[in-house]
Design a protein around this ligand. Sequence first.
Ligand code: GLP
Length: 261
Amino acid sequence: MEVVIVPDAKAGGELIAEAMAALVRRKPDALLGVATGSTPLPIYEALAAKVRAGQVDASRARICQLDEYVGLPAGHPESYRAVVLREVVEPLGLSEASFMGPDGSAEDIVGACEAYDRALAEAGGVDLQLLGIGTDGHIGFNEPCSSLASRTRIKTLTEQTRVDNARFFDNDLDQVPHHVITQGIGTILDARHLVLLATGEGKAEAVAQTVEGPLSALVPASALQLHRHATVVVDEAAASKLKLADYFRHTYADKPSWQGL
Ligand code: GLP
C-alpha cells in the first residue's frame, strides 16, 4: 500500500486528478469508478479544470458508481446517481450514456445487484476506483463486518453512517435511507488500481486502522491491504494517527510513480 501524505485536501485532489488524467491519456476509454461524499469533490473539480484547459481529453472516459441508496424516488437530488451526474459526469462534459450505476429503485434489488456486477465485468472491469472512507472504516457502503469477499449487494446502514450522512438530507435523520446497494469488498478489489482519499482529523483513526491495523472485517477499508495496487492519499490531519507517517513522507511524497506518470 502506498501512503501519500499531502498538505491539504486541495493538494490531494490535484494529485489524484493528475493520476486520473494520466490514466485517461494512456487509455482514453478507461472505466473510472467514482465515490460520493464530500471528500472526493476536490478531485472532480481539479479533473474538470484539466478537461476545460485542454490538458486531457476525457470524452471517451466511462464513469461507474460505487454505491446507491435504496428506495429514493427517481431523480432525488441526493441519490448517488444524481450526485455523480452533477459532480462528475456533467462537469467532465460526458453524456449519461457513459455512466453506469446500480439501480436503487429496482423492484428486484437482488437481481439489480447481480446485474451491476455483471455489467462491470462486461465493461472490462474498473481501471481506477476512487474511494472515500467512513468514520467507521467503511468503503462504499460496506459497513463493519462486511465479508471481505462480498459482491455487490444490499446492505443496512449503521446508525453512525446515517447520522454522518444526515447533512445531505436537511439534517433530518428520518429522511436518510436505511438500505443501500454497494459494490462488495470483493467487487472493489477487482479494480486495477484503488485510490482512497481521506482528509480531516475525523478520519485519522479509520486511516490508522486501515493502513497499520490488522486486516479485519471490522475495518472494511483494511481490505486494501490485500490489493496489489492500492494508494492511500491523506492530508496531514487524516495522517495524524499514523505511526509510520515519517516513513511514508520519505518514501512516497516525492515519488509519484504510482500516478503512472
Ligand atoms: C458515504 C459513501 C462513501 C464515502 C463516505 C464518506 O458513506 N458511501 O463512499 O466514502 O460517505 O463520506 P465523506 O467523504 O463525505 O466523509
